[in-house]
Design a protein around this ligand. Sequence first.
Ligand SMILES: [Zn+2]
Ligand SMILES: [Zn+2]
Length: 441
Amino acid sequence: MTVTAKFEENAVVPVTHTLTVVVDPANSGKVYKTGADEITAPVTMAEGATIDLTAQKAAGYDFVEWKIGENSVGTDESYTFTMGTEDVTLVAVFEPIPEHVHKWGAPAYSWNGLNCTAERVCELDHTHIETETVTATLTSTTAPTCTEAGVNIYTAVFTNTAFAPQTTTTEIPALGHDWKEPVYTWSADHTTCTATRECGNDASHNIVEVSTATVTTEGGVTTYTATFTNSVFKTQTYTYVPAASITVTMSEYGFLSLYADKAYIVPSGLKAYIYTGISGRNLTYKMLNVIPAYTGVFFEGNPNTTYTLYETTTTATYPENMLSGRLTEEVVPNDGNVHYILTRLEGTNKGGLYWPKGTVNGVGAFTCKAGKAYLTIPASAGVAPRYFTLRGQACEEVTAVDEVEADGDGRYYDVLGREVRDPQPQQIYIRKGQKVLYIGE
Ligand SMILES: [Zn+2]
Ligand SMILES: [Zn+2]
């Protein structure tokens, strides 16, 4: 027998170990066999065998390192692992990428006209910029005054609350004073003159200066001169020229008539009457303060006293006045009416009205002296007393018994012994047995 010994080559059984790949934390990334598939299961490898690995981070993670046990074996995403003599767990460590939190710098603001731009930059990443431009709106106004400029305040308000409202101002020019023309006011006695310059914008700016006038008199003309320290005021003068005047002297019984071509002011102490009608047998009168030109008037004042009458102007007229007169001595023709002139009867101290010389019971032509007035009672009145006496303001009829002849037989007789009912001025008569000069006006 043949015994054949057969041998067969023993198979070499390689020694292998297991590579387990873990991702930490879970789902933070994947590990691939480089250029191939993701490794999802343990890999059996012979000792000394190698495998190229690639770590790929998931979104939101960064790769950190490869670790075996507590040992870091690489920080590169590519790693070549060589199998050792035992099973290995290889950990691919990822870490979450920290969320970016802007670290904004302080906002900066810039103006372009009324447009305001706000901007802030992230200090961690200067490409992170927030910016906003808005147009400012008018939010308040301070009005200008004469000397102070006013201000308009505009405010820019941003949608981004990180940006604070911003303001800018525009100036309103000062108005300047609105000076009016100076006004000058004299005191009533012209001793002071007040100059005022008003500011139309603000009365508190008004300038007022009171000047005490210097007074000079020359040729009866008085000049008041007011000068001012403030140069905006001009020197003012007031000149007083006395009005033209006449003087009148009361008769010895305190009356006088006047007829003039000028108007006069009745001076104090003198009363001026016109007569406006006949009431019963008495005259009604009116007292005047100003006598218009061409107006007959009777004055009552102190006997033998002179008064000064200053010229004036007036528009007053008194058509009802029964007094008329003449500027120059002339004959008043007979007009059929009854006339009376101012006179005084011898033997009395009474002024009165009496028929003029040359008339018959007051009717007829007579001579009116220059500047004198006379009374006319129309014939139509039907009443024409022989005399009127002047008693204060009243002018009333008197009877011969009552007044003229009260003192015994006061009748007048001519030199032939005939009674004279209408004695004429400047004529000589016999009265109470005496020769008397009848004094008219
Ligand atoms: Zn940032
Ligand atoms: Zn002003």
